[in-house]
Design a protein around this ligand. Structure first.
Ligand SMILES: Nc1ncnc2c1ncn2[C@@H]1O[C@H](COP(=O)(O)OP(=O)(O)OP(=O)(O)O)[C@@H](O)[C@H]1O
Ligand SMILES: [Mg+2]
Length: 351
């Protein structure tokens, strides 16, 4: 078992802050995803947990024990990197076996361990191939098996799917999810792909510029984004955000008028999701269509409001032309409001 505690963990290089005040307890067997744009500090956080990067502030504990000064090899964590670095001269079997040899684990147990790990990632039939004779997805699975064979207390995975094409990514993602269920090992998984985060995680940590923006289950983060950054990062398409003003309980922006908004007068940002709005005879938004996209299972309609594109998901049979005027109705309960300056979510905004 392994519970990981990050206590106000920070990383600085000179004056540059890579990770700021990261404070979180990761439960035993939890699947935690670190999500955020490039450079937000995901890899740095993971490397600190692995012991590959010194901690400048705070403490990291594994099962209640401070590990700040513990060597990576003494932390019982296995890391799978984006570039999976297999040994080109060894076949799949030897690649998977390698960590057992290095660790001096009883040779009599190797064969069973290697075959079991290989079987978990469905590589049974490829044990004698060299890495060059494998597809990208198969190589990625060798790297996974090489981590599995160590039977670590903690798995750290840094963008393990990023070298795979879209289709393989989806199938390997499903495999990782199934595997994590089977192995039941605490896992920290880094990605900048919000769909990967939503599909894999027990909890997601959304980061921006070294600072944690929100921690929550995929549903919490999707349904109650803590600020406009999270709202615009999660979801495909991201949440629509319209900058406007409340005056006398009415929110207005270009083409937009929402009544019954129980907020003090002043600037605010209205948010709603494409799938929560409906095209109707009349609605809070009335504007000409900017573009129409046929997605197969739905038709996505966009209008322009101020500088922003606002999307509405319509039925797959819906057809219209660019510049046709539409009305968009947004149910009161689907409206989110965010403070104009800080972007922070404003609780219970409508009445
Ligand atoms: N050794 C270093 N010295 C100085 N700055 C560094 C060092 N390593 C990383 N950084 C900076 O710290 C920040 C966080 O880097 P990190 O690699 O953790 O980002 P990331 O979230 O993993 O991004 P990506 O999605 O691109 O992998 C970046 O701005 C990066 O330039
Ligand atoms: Mg990274």
């Amino acid at each position: 078992m392994a519970e990981i505690q990050l206590r106000n963990v920070g990383k600085r290089w000179g004056t540059f802050v890579g990770v700021h005040n990261f404070d979180l307890t990761i439960a035993d067997r939890e699947f935690l995803v670190l999500l955020g744009p490039s450079g937000c500090g995901k890899t740095t956080t993971m490397r600190m947990i692995a012991g590959l990067e010194d901690v400048t502030e705070g403490q990291i504990l594994i099962d209640g024990k401070v590990v700040n000064d513990l060597e990576p090899k003494d932390r019982d964590v296995a890391m799978v990197f984006q570039s999976y670095a297999l040994y080109p001269n060894m076949n799949v079997y030897e690649n998977i076996r390698f960590p057992l040899k290095v660790r001096g684990i009883d040779a009599a147990s190797h064969d069973e361990k290697v075959r079991r790990a290989a079987s978990m990632v469905e590589l049974d039939d490829f044990l004698h191939r060299k890495p060059a004779e494998l597809s990208g997805g198969q190589r990625q699975r060798v790297a996974l098996a090489r981590a599995i064979v160590r039977e670590p207390n903690v798995f750290l995975m840094d963008e393990p799917l990023s070298n795979l094409d879209a289709k393989l990514r989806v199938s390997t993602r499903a495999q990782i999810k199934n595997l994590s269920h089977e192995l039941a090992v605490t896992t920290i998984y880094v990605t900048h792909d919000q769909i990967e985060a939503m599909t894999l995680a027990d909890r997601v940590v959304v980061m921006k510029k070294g600072i944690v923006q929100q921690v929550g289950s995929p549903t919490e983060i999707y349904d109650h984004p803590a600020n406009t950054f999270v709202a615009s990062f999660i979801g495909s398409p991201a949440m629509n955000l319209i900058d406007g003003r409340v005056e006398g309980g009415v929110f207005t922006a270009q083409h937009t008028r929402v009544e019954g908004v129980a907020l003090p007068d002043g600037p605010v940002t209205l948010g709603f999701r494409a799938e929560d709005a409906v095209l109707a005879g009349q609605g809070q938004i009335e504007a000409p269509i900017y573009t129409i996209e046929l997605l197969g299972d739905a038709t996505m309609i966009s209008v322009r409001i101020g500088g922003a594109l606002v999307s509405v998901k319509a039925d797959k049979t819906y057809r219209a032309e660019i510049d046709d005027r539409i009305a968009v109705s947004i149910p009161v309960e689907a409206c989110h409001f965010f403070a104009a300056e800080s972007g922070e979510r404003i609780a219970l905004a409508t009445a």
